[in-house]
Ligand binder design. Structure first.
Ligand code: 8YV
Length: 330
């Protein structure tokens, strides 16, 4: 690869990251930060040596089919790579990298915050004073549910699932998990975690279920209508992974009918559109909806940018970039 590759960045990144990229590469930035239309993405892949997309860019097979011969690396600014058809990219000899590790703690924090927000009715409560509706304290008013002593079922015990488990254990929750592979004994011991080989059996026994698995063809609607019906009526569901993992309409219907108590969602099936049923439930205080901000910290975004730069630089220097996405991860 050339010494100064043409790097096309699809969205605005933190200033320090953009500056460093300009110093190192022939960088084309998206200064107005508008998500690129598919046509603009096609133009980008035709000319770029390296593309730096984000979750808002759909780098699908039709975009990749038009990639120019120079495109050798897609360095995703983000952990999840479900916005990219990685199989097609790899089959065309394009390396794909992501930014794992640096958003783990922030995402786990926000997952814990969502659990507390739903169980303790924080968003409903926080509206009362600004809207001048506080008539004063009452022993039976605005009661939520205690989380200490409850069972948390983590779907996907990777980095973020494990970081969530550490936090949740400190809050007195018992840790249960379902994962493709059982976690090492040392991790289970540390977290006093119970492994459930059967997701269905785990779901039926949990008070809180957290989705922390990547979105792949195998996890699409993993929480299907059938599985969601296995949950207890007191259960709550939180999702800081990807909207597609839950059948959102089924979730909304089950909350409407009282078969599930509530949900805390940071991600949605058709972002930025949000299912109108969920919006209605949010207005009723039954769900807490956040606009995909679980990893949104200044520190995290700079760290992600640095990871992108290291991946590009290593690749340019002829070495294997540290965060290559391999077919076994899909
Ligand atoms: C990022 C995320 O904000 O990294 C991920 O997978 O979902 C988010 O936390 C986004 O992906 C940036 O592209």
């Amino acid at each position: 690869m050339k010494k100064r590759p043409l790097v096309v960045v699809t969205r605005r990144l933190p200033g320090v990251v953009e500056t460093r990229m300009r110093e190192l590469f022939d960088t084309r930035l998206n200064l107005d930060d508008k998500p690129m239309a598919q046509g603009e993405l096609v133009e980008a892949v035709k000319s770029a040596d390296v593309l730096v997309p984000t979750v808002t860019d759909e780098i699908d097979a039709s975009v990749l089919a038009q990639a120019g011969p120079n495109l050798k690396l897609i360095a995703n600014f983000g952990n999840g790579v479900d916005n990219i058809d990685v199989q097609v990219a790899l089959s065309r000899g394009i390396t794909v990298t992501n930014t794992p590790g640096v958003l783990t703690e922030d995402t786990a924090d926000m997952t814990m915050a969502l659990i507390l927000a739903v169980a303790r009715r924080m968003v409903e409560g926080a509206r009362v004073i600004p809207e001048d509706e506080w008539a004063g304290w009452s022993p039976t008013w605005m009661l939520g549910h205690r989380i200490t002593g409850k069972r948390l079922g983590i779907l996907g015990m990777g980095r973020i699932g494990t970081a969530l488990a550490r936090r949740a254990k400190a809050f007195g929750l018992s840790i249960h998990y379902h994962n493709r592979r059982r976690a090492p004994g040392t991790v289970e011991d540390e977290l006093e975690a119970t492994y459930w080989e059967s997701l269905d059996q785990m779901l039926a026994r949990m008070d809180i279920v957290s989705v922390n698995t990547p979105h792949t063809p195998a996890t699409y609607h993993l929480l299907s209508a059938r599985r969601l019906k296995l949950l207890k009526p007191e259960a709550i569901v939180v999702n800081t992974a990807r909207g597609e993992i839950i059948d959102e309409t089924a979730l909304a219907r089950l909350i409407e009918s009282g078969s599930i108590a509530g949900a805390g969602l940071d991600v949605f099936e058709h972002e930025p559109a949000v299912n109108p049923r969920l919006l209605k439930l949010a207005r009723q205080g039954k769900v807490v909806l956040l606009p995909h901000i679980a990893s949104a910290t200044h520190e995290g975004r700079v760290d992600m940018g640095e990871k992108v730069i290291v991946n590009i630089k290593t690749f340019m220097d002829g070495h294997r970039p540290p965060d290559r996405v391999l077919p076994s991860m899909l």
